[in-house]
Each structure stands twice: as structure tokens, then as C-alpha cells.
Design a protein around this ligand. Structure first.
Ligand code: ZN
Length: 382
């Protein structure tokens, strides 16, 4: 069998990397840029100063700060209008996404929809009759401010329908950022609960990518090393947000997670997507809560893989890894289960329906049926 691998993103990593962005755009012939970010980040003094620094470097800057919560289709449409309005007065216009996964996914989706006709959901991955992603995509650069989704090195954007909140995945290697500027100093101010939730998203990517079925030894190697880094750094970054070494390791581990999950994800993410759709739960928090429950479903079926995960975090047996996840959750003050997260058990049927329809569990190492999801969610309430 012949396989195809690629790990192509150019990454400039380290404290102060953000200060090299303006020069990068100019070097590539761009003098104007649409900055895409979320409404909260826009209000921070750091952000205003950063915009001023881009302008001082003689870039023409337009701002779209209409990202809020989980990305929805209408945000993408407004961002596309903002890009077109900038482009109408400038001969060139690039996009700079600054923020967590939501802002970066919206930046990516805006880049897609600028020159692609129709509805964004016409480009949904694996949808029968989906339109091809074959038109020009504007030059776009990603600058993450959280260490979690790794969207900056990912080739998909997750966007939800405004009304149903059902998430759809738009996938194409052509959506990859042309360059990433990953500056751990931007993550120093993240509060502990955000550090925990986003960090557990990264951990879940690393674990699920490693467990995902299919043959991808390069992704497996990256996943195990990323898990090793995250297992040491996440508790430190949670306890002491100013620890730049822990922040650096988490930022790189989150990118490793996203690079690795080109191999696939699994049952944990399908549960998390259901929680976001049904009760609008934060993606990282949802993964964190469901991680041990959903992994319990997998571990007896692929024990040798759980043993390797255990080794990556400095432990021994397959069962040790599940115990480790429970301890990590407690340490990071993540609700132990869905009852503790104050979710009503009458949501179980709706959660199961969304989880079954979600595509992530198709790469789970073992098949997951509707009755399996029911059992997983039931246990997550006990
Ligand atoms: Zn995730």
C-alpha cells in the first residue's frame, strides 16, 4: 500500500515571534492585511498595541473582530465582506488570524470563501456533491494566542450552522496557513481555567491521533512526543501561568497535536462535538470531561497502544493511563463528569444523535455504535 505524508507549514516559533509578522508580509509583497480576531481579544491592551505596531510598520490594517464563541456561518460571511471592502481599495490584501481556534478557523474560512462561490457548507468535507476547493485562496498567516486546537497548523475549519449549532468540517490542504508565528508570550495571560480546557484539547488531539486507526508512523511519533511534552508542561502552566518554558512546551505540543491528527481523531471528539452542539459547551472543556469516559470504551480493545501512551507520560501499564487522565482532570479542576458540569441527563438522547452523526469516530481504533455512545454518555453522568 502506498501512503502520502506531508508536514508543510513554515513555523516561526519563540518569544517575540509576533514582532516579525509585519516584515514577513512585506517580504511577500503584501502591504495591507485584514486582521481577524475575536471580540474579547480586541479589547485587550496588548491587541491594540499590536495593531498599532503593524500600522507603524506601514501596513494598511483593517480589523474584523466579529468572532464570538464557537464559529458560525454568519461570522464567516461578515468577515468575507470585511475582506472585500479592504480589497476594494488596496491592490493586495492578506489575512492575519490572531486568537484561539475560533478566530483562526474563521480566518481560514474567510480565506476560503473570498473566491469560492456558494454557501460555505457546500464545501463540507466528504459531503456528497461537495464543491471543489480549487480557486485562489488569499495569503493568510496564523498567530495563535492559546495552546489547544493547533488550528494554526490544521488543514480544516470547523464552522457551525447559526441555528442548529451542528458543526461542519471544511477540509483541504489548501486551507493551511502560509506561515505561522507562534509566540508563547501571547499565552502568558491565559487564566488557569482556559489553560486547562485548551490544554486538554491538545492532549485529546495527541491521544486520539495516536490511537486513530490507519498507518501513519510519523504522526504517531509526533503524537507521543507531544503528549510527553504536554504531560510535563500542562500542570505547570496551570499552576504558574507566567512560566514561559511550560507555555512554550504547551504551544508546541498543541501544534504537534494538530499536525498528528491529520491521521484522524476518535470517539472523544465525537462526544465533545455533541456537547458543543447540544449545550454549547467549550470544546476543550467538553473533551476534558469526556476523555476518561470515552477512552474507557477504547482501552481494552487496543491495550498495547494504551501502554505506549502510558510510557509517554512516564507510567507503565495500559490501565495506568486511564488513572493518569482522571488525576490530570482533578488537578486541572475539570468537572469529573457531566452531572458536576450541571448538564441535565435529559439531554442524553440529543447528545447521542449528534455524536453518532459526527465524522470523528470513523477513525476511532474500534467502531462506535449508537448504543456505545449511549453507554458512554450514561456513564459520564454517574
Ligand atoms: Zn479538538
Amino acid at each position: 500500500m502506498v501512503s502520502h505524508f506531508s508536514f508543510p507549514t513554515s513555523i516561526t516559533f519563540g518569544s517575540g515571534a509576533r514582532n516579525l509578522v509585519a516584515e514577513h508580509f512585506k517580504k511577500h509583497g503584501y502591504t495591507s492585511v485584514l486582521v481577524v480576531t475575536d471580540a474579547q481579544l480586541k479589547e485587550l491592551p496588548f491587541f491594540q498595541e499590536y495593531l498599532a505596531s503593524l500600522k507603524k510598520a506601514s501596513l494598511t490594517v483593517a480589523l474584523f473582530a466579529g468572532v464570538q464563541g464557537n464559529p458560525v456561518k454568519s461570522q464567516v460571511a461578515s468577515g468575507v465582506e470585511a475582506y472585500r471592502s479592504l480589497k476594494s481599495t488596496q491592490k493586495d490584501a492578506a489575512i492575519l488570524g490572531i486568537g484561539g481556534g475560533a478566530a483562526l478557523d474563521v480566518a481560514k474560512a474567510i480565506a476560503l470563501m473570498v473566491n469560492h462561490p456558494g454557501d460555505i457548507f457546500d464545501y463540507e468535507d466528504e459531503k456528497p456533491g461537495a464543491l471543489p476547493i480549487d480557486k485562489e485562496i488569499p495569503y493568510w498567516v496564523a498567530m495563535p494566542t492559546t495552546a489547544g486546537t493547533g488550528s494554526e497548523v490544521g488543514r480544516s475549519a470547523v464552522v457551525a450552522d447559526d441555528t442548529t449549532h451542528v458543526k461542519k468540517v471544511i477540509f483541504s490542504p489548501r486551507l493551511l496557513a502560509k506561515a505561522v508565528f507562534a509566540d508563547p508570550e501571547l499565552t502568558l495571560g491565559l487564566p488557569p481555567h482556559v489553560t486547562a480546557a485548551t490544554g486538554l484539547d491538545a492532549v485529546t488531539h495527541l491521544v486520539e491521533a495516536y490511537l486513530a486507526k490507519g498507518w501513519h508512523p510519523m504522526a504517531d511519533g509526533i503524537a507521543l512526543e507531544g503528549l510527553h511534552l504536554a504531560s510535563r508542561a500542562l500542570p505547570v502552566a496551570f499552576e504558574n501561568g507566567k512560566d514561559i518554558n511550560a507555555r512554550s512546551d504547551m504551544l508546541v505540543a498543541s501544534m504537534m497535536g494538530a499536525v498528528a491528527f491529520q491521521k484522524g481523531l476518535g470517539v472523544v471528539h465525537s462526544c465533545a462535538h455533541a456537547l458543543s452542539a447540544v449545550v454549547d459547551m467549550h470544546h476543550g472543556l467538553a473533551n476534558g470531561i469526556m476523555l476518561d469516559y470515552a477512552l474507557s470504551f477504547n482501552w481494552k480493545l487496543v491495550p498495547e497502544k494504551f501502554e505506549r501512551l502510558s510510557h509517554a507520560v512516564g507510567l507503565n501499564t495500559a490501565a495506568d493511563f486511564l488513572a493518569y487522565i482522571k488525576d490530570l482532570k482533578a488537578h486541572l479542576k475539570i468537572p469529573k463528569n457531566l452531572a458536576e458540569a450541571k448538564i441535565s441527563p435529559d439531554k442524553i438522547d440529543a447528545l447521542v444523535q449528534v455524536a453518532v452523526a459526527d465524522g470523528c469516530h470513523l477513525s476511532n481504533p474500534v467502531p462506535v455504535k449508537e448504543s456505545d455512545f449511549k453507554e458512554i454518555f450514561n456513564k459520564a453522568f454517574l
